[in-house]
Design a protein around this ligand. Structure first.
Ligand code: BGC
Length: 451
């Protein structure tokens, strides 16, 4: 159901209660990494390490959102985007992770929230988007069970200071991404590897998500409390039974491992044998504590994955077949452009019992943008979003639960291990001058939202 024109696709078709937004994350945009008594985060430390980030890039300045938030929030308004999702940097608020609160950090997020409200934009606050305070990593980070109480303390501080104005909360961003990349593969901060780090990190993260949800709901009974999960359509390379079985395992790993315990179904241990190792980290009562009834679940989908069985890959015996090798269109991240993936993911999450409201809390695409006469005509990005929205609409027309769409992202920003090369923004950033230029995709989104 690809569509080339806007004919047939309009905001009205999604209904007046459908939430439209744009998503960002603290480390990727804020910069000012050591200003106003901010403590170090694991990303401040990791980006200092040799050969970890492409071209040695780091987030010390990033998009300078710390200073330029008024202009950037004015852009959100100018683009007719009613909801702005951002995350709080834990070490800006609690420089040591626990203990003394940094008033200057609180003041900054208060300014951001107040500016949103002044502009008529609803702020959506994500507590944790991957930037753990370094002081806590030194004590074991997500592998240390104490992280549940450290995270709870952070959640309480944020609820107390921002809860009077923020009505939509997201406890955590994509647990699979930060535990997998940061504690198993070692390609994200803090750069740890192996099951001995990954398994406890997974279990403590699940418990922190549900505990974070309980704390926010308790302190802010009128707020909407959610959390987000990454997901990708996973399909076998062909119909050989061993590839079908491999795809089944990768689906459990990428799509089911975190949502299922949160929904009270436990870990998918029958499909991923190594999750039995979580038993070592279980305390009495954990099975119940892992579950929490969130007001909404956010799913974040960018692509689909094609999987082959691979005898030599530990734990999952499966590998991904890159889009480059499959003769399909792909983005500058090397991710296949496959809009139907989002429809399939909406369907998959609808099949679970107990999800009250489902939002797409991130989706977008990186392409190499070219400036010509001061303009960026990024038709590929516009087509990508438009085709995705057609799939979201298809899901809605079939009666599936999907109540919102947040584009990733407002401005080009620091794309983790890939540095500043991949550009995901609706707004172009010249990182030498910090000049912003609204791309044609941004103008398209603004017009679309105007209705
Ligand atoms: C993350 C973002 C990231 C985006 C594109 C999501 O997984 O939440 O932080 O920039 O994907 O890679």
């Amino acid at each position: 159901m690809d569509i080339d024109t806007d004919g047939g696709l309009s905001r009205n078709l999604f209904g007046k209660d459908f939430k439209w937004g744009v998503s960002t994350a603290a480390y990727q945009i804020e910069g000012s990494h050591d200003i106003d008594e901010k403590g170090s985060s694991i990303w401040d430390v990791y980006t200092e390490r040799k050969n970890k980030i492409l071209n040695g890039h780091h987030g010390k300045i990033a998009c300078d959102f710390y200073n330029r938030y008024p202009e950037d929030l004015d852009l959100v308004k100018q683009l007719n985007i009613p909801n702005f999702r951002f995350s709080t940097s834990w070490s800006r608020i609690l420089p040591n992770g626990t203990g003394a609160v940094n008033q200057k950090g609180i003041d900054f997020y208060n300014r951001v929230i107040d500016k949103c409200l002044e502009n008529g934009t609803d702020p959506w606050l994500t507590l944790y988007h991957w930037d753990l305070p370094h002081a806590l990593e030194q004590k074991g980070g997500w592998t240390n069970r104490d992280v549940i109480s450290w995270f709870s303390e952070f959640a309480v501080v944020c609820a107390k200071h921002f809860g009077d104005r923020v009505k939509n909360w997201i406890v955590m961003n994509e647990p699979m991404a930060f535990t997998g990349a940061g504690y198993f593969l070692g390609v994200h901060a803090p750069g740890r590897t192996g099951a001995k780090n990954f398994i406890p990190a997974v279990h403590h993260t699940v418990l922190s998500i549900s505990e974070g949800g309980r704390i926010l709901k308790d302190l802010l009974p009128d707020a909407e409390i959610g959390t987000t999960f990454s997901c990708s359509l996973v399909e076998p390379f062909n119909s050989y039974p061993r590839n079908i079985a491999a795809a089944h395992r990768i689906d459990a790993l990428l799509n089911r491992m975190f949502i299922e315990p949160i929904l009270g179904m436990g870990y998918p241990k029958d499909d991923l044998w190594f999750l039995k190792k979580t038993a070592k980290y279980f305390h009495p009562g954990d099975e119940d504590k892992m579950a929490f009834d969130f007001d909404f679940i956010g799913i974040q989908n960018y692509t689909r994955e094609i999987v082959k069985s691979s005898f030599f890959t530990p734990y999952v015996q499966a590998s991904l077949v890159k889009a480059r090798k499959r003769n399909v269109p792909f983005t500058s991240m090397g991710w296949e452009v496959y809009p139907q993936s989002i429809y399939e993911m909406i369907k998959k999450f609808n099949a679970y019992k107990g999800i009250k409201k489902l939002y797409i809390t991130e989706n977008g695409a990186s392409f190499d943008d070219v400036i010509s006469k001061g303009e960026i005509n990024d038709t590929k990005r516009t087509d990508y979003i438009r085709n995705i929205l057609a799939q979201v609409l298809r899901a809605r027309s079939e009666g599936l639960n999907v109540e919102g769409y947040f584009a990733w992202t407002l401005t080009d920003n620091f794309e983790w291990t890939e540095g500043y090369h991949p550009r995901f923004g609706l707004v172009y950033v010249d990182f030498d001058t910090q000049q912003r230029i609204i791309k044609s995709s941004g103008h398209w989104y603004a017009n679309f939202l105007k209705g």
